[in-house]
Design a protein around this ligand. Sequence first.
Ligand code: ADP
Ligand code: MG
Length: 348
Amino acid sequence: MIEDKNTPRTQISELGEFGLINHLTKNFKISQKTTNVGIGDDAAVLDFDAKKCVVTTDLLIEGVHFDLSYVPLKHLGYKAVVINLSDIYAMNASASQITVSIAVSNRFPLEALEELYAGIATAAKVYNIDLVGGDTTSSTTGLIISITAIGHSNKEDLVYRSGAKESDLLVVTGDLGAAYMGLQVLEREKQVFEVNPNSQPDLDQYTYLIERQLKPEARKDIPELLKALEVQPTSMIDISDGLSSEVIHLCTQSKVGVNLYEEKIPLDPAVISVCEEFKINSTTVALNGGEDYELLFTIKQEDYPKIKANPNLTVIGHITDQKSGVGLVTRANEKIELKAQGWNPIKE
Ligand code: ADP
Ligand code: MG
């Protein structure tokens, strides 16, 4: 990342804590009418009138959640915001503010943090949210980033994981598995580079996959689309750890089962071809890959005509009673029980 000897390296200590905070945040402007007070006081002040306030937070640790040898800091800043916003949209809510807390070691010059904040600023602009606070401290080892996202919704529009009912349809947005295969491509290139630092990787055919890994997008459009289609989902969750574990979360919290059809799982052609190249089963990748940040939700059967023509939405299964279990119906028409193999640090 910061190896180039021509790029300036300003020690963070030259600015001091308050100088650093001011430097990193001075260009952020408040644009949301729900933000009364942003950065600068002891706390931000937000006003949601009669709406419900929705809050979520995520912690990202260098070496655990990201590897700076192939993730540019600007992308990391963008992604750190996006993965939080995804959780707000998964409540069928609108996102409006974030706070950003960082712990940095003196290994990072000011210019590296400027890159990180450039990515945060881009995400704030794209998703139309305000940066309203955070905390800055030192770390003796790697970089730590914690982002909190805040949003709002009418009470009746909120969608929980627990609302799926028997005979509802299970719907997924976009396509699955690309972010995981992007990571496989990047890790392979890193190994090639370690053996031969002069190698010039040709990554053109993997552009979509690498973009999905390094610069994922949250589905801000989906709550808006569902509102326009007059569809109120019965349950919803975002796909951060892989389809399998998210389907299990939905079913467990809704006390239902599901039949999920392997042949219906949406895959991009780039995922199919790279899975052949890596000799990995594409269904396994879609089920367990993670980091796609698509939305998974259930709708009443009567709402099917409203969504069926939409290219963003794919029906992949239907909800059953809990006794029938959480099952994958394979292309060979066999039903096998789904197991969560998504990333789970507690089990590692
Ligand atoms: P306190 O001592 O009360 O924790 P700080 O001096 O840490 O306050 O922060 C001053 C202001 O700057 C606060 O509004 C805080 O939310 C904001 N802030 C601090 N660090 C960051 C950061 N990394 N990104 C954005 N805002 C920050
Ligand atoms: Mg503080």
